[in-house]
Design a binder for this molecule. Structure first.
Ligand SMILES: Cc1ncc(COP(=O)(O)O)c(C=O)c1O
Length: 421
């Protein structure tokens, strides 16, 4: 056993420990304890034959021999910072493989382009992050991909009817749970069963879950039979509001074609961002745990405030809540996203947002800094008024991403901001 294995005396180490060195060998880089940034566009081949072999492996013309390292070619295909960071993200989801992208949207769109063909139906949950919503509702139909939307309240029979009415050739299921910005849940097991009904021996209908809000610490979609886990790595995985990236995890079989599409679209992330993600993943658990702890303090306070109409935070789901069983089955923790509806409407929500001092008025989420935004006019402004009403994106709704600030200071800031309403 070497010092850099992932187990000690036959016992697999936990993700928190594996983040320190998994996938990196110091002898590669002058014994640097932490992987350097391999800021290079291309890699030299030891010989022409080695270059030929590297290309044959990259194209899948030949299988790698046991123990054979696949040679590096060019940073659009791969780079050590990407490979190591991908391996570490896969560790968190206990996945066979991981893939990194230039943004969360790049992860989502590259996956959709890989799996959908003209005439297919995409079944997608509602609501979805505004960018994803816009892409599937506005761009995919231009390629004759029909989109059917559903939420937790839509009975499976009705979903079947809608899919059949749209042509019946289900190409993929894409869900976001909890949903941005409302924290609505979607039943992953139900989606996996549904996709299986439409799968054929020739074509399996994959289920992809956008796990940005809870994952990978508080939700593990692969344990539910989901095929592809997607992330805006800009959020909790990155965690410091200083990078844009996306990620996917799943089996090698499922991620292989997505990585091949990524190579063609050029939607991979850069060595520098891969390196930043490695830095971030070391503190992922402590950040997410602390953020969820702070979110409890914030959500409890807001729930009891007379200028607040409604708070939607997963930690408030108890035995009396209709989603209790679902929450228990698929979430390992409540996370730190709080949807809070201020009494009144846009005017009151804006007064609140403008008065915040510690909490930054900014889109994005999952960072150590606390952030607040107004979904109806910002992240989800592309949705029609009917869609906003249907998805619960009201004029008074504020989305809070709770950070690691001192909880006393968070309450101080919220209290003074609510006075301005
Ligand atoms: C749930 C969710 N998915 C995907 C995205 C898109 O990610 P990115 O901004 O990294 O492209 C976001 C961004 O806010 C998001 O909140």
């Amino acid at each position: 056993m070497t010092k850099w294995d992932d187990e000690i005396e036959g016992q697999r180490l936990h993700p928190e420990s594996l983040m320190m060195s998994y996938g990196y060998k110091p002898e590669w880089s002058e014994w640097a304890a932490v992987s350097p940034i391999y800021q290079t566009s291309t890699f030299e081949f030891e010989s022409a034959a080695a270059g030929k072999r590297a290309f044959a492996l990259a194209h899948g013309f030949v299988e790698a021999d046991p123990g054979e390292e696949v040679g590096l070619i060019y940073s659009r295909l791969n780079n050590p910072d990407l490979e190591i960071a991908e391996g570490r993200i896969a560790v968190w989801d206990d996945a066979e493989d991981g893939a990194l992208f230039e943004s969360g949207m790049a992860a989502i769109t590259t996956t959709l382009w890989t799996h959908l063909r003209p005439g297919d139906v995409l079944l997608a949950s509602a609501p979805l992050y505004g960018g994803t919503h816009h892409f599937i509702e506005t761009i995919l139909p231009q390629f004759d991909i029909r989109v059917v939307r559903f939420d937790l309240a839509t009975p499976p029979k009705e979903v079947s009817r809608l899919v059949d009415e749209a042509g019946g050739r289900l190409g993929m299921v894409l869900i976001e749970t909890p949903a941005n910005p409302t924290n609505d849940l979607i039943d992953m097991d139900e989606c996996v069963r549904f996709a299986a009904q439409y799968s054929t021996p020739e074509r399996k209908v994959p289920v992809a879950v956008d796990n940005t809000f809870l994952g990978p610490v508080f939700q593990s979609p692969l344990e539910h039979g989901v095929d592809i886990v997607l992330y805006s790595a800009t959020k909790y995985l990155g965690g410091h509001s200083d990078l844009i990236a996306g990620a996917a995890t799943g089996s090698k079989e499922v991620l292989g074609p997505i990585k091949a599409m990524r190579t063609m679209l050029g939607t991979m992330t850069s060595p520098w961002v891969g390196w930043l993600l490695m830095r971030s993943l070391k503190t992922l658990r402590i950040r997410m745990d602390k953020q969820a702890e702070n979110a409890r303090v914030v959500a409890d306070y807001l729930r009891d405030h007379d200028k607040v109409k409604r708070v939607n935070w997963l930690g408030h789901i108890d035995e009396s809540h209709p989603n209790w069983e679902l929450y228990q089955r698929q979430c390992k923790g409540p996370g730190a996203m709080v949807a809070v509806e201020i009494e009144g409407g846009e005017l009151e929500a804006f007064r609140f947002l403008d008065a915040l001092r510690l909490v930054k008025l900014a889109v994005s989420l999952g960072a150590v800094e606390s952030l607040a935004e107004h979904p109806a006019t910002m992240t989800h402004s592309a949705a029609t008024p009917e869609e906003k009403e249907q998805f619960g994106i009201t004029d008074g709704l504020v989305r809070l991403s709770v950070g690691i600030d001192h909880d006393d200071d968070l309450l101080l800031d919220l209290e003074q901001a609510l006075k301005a309403v």
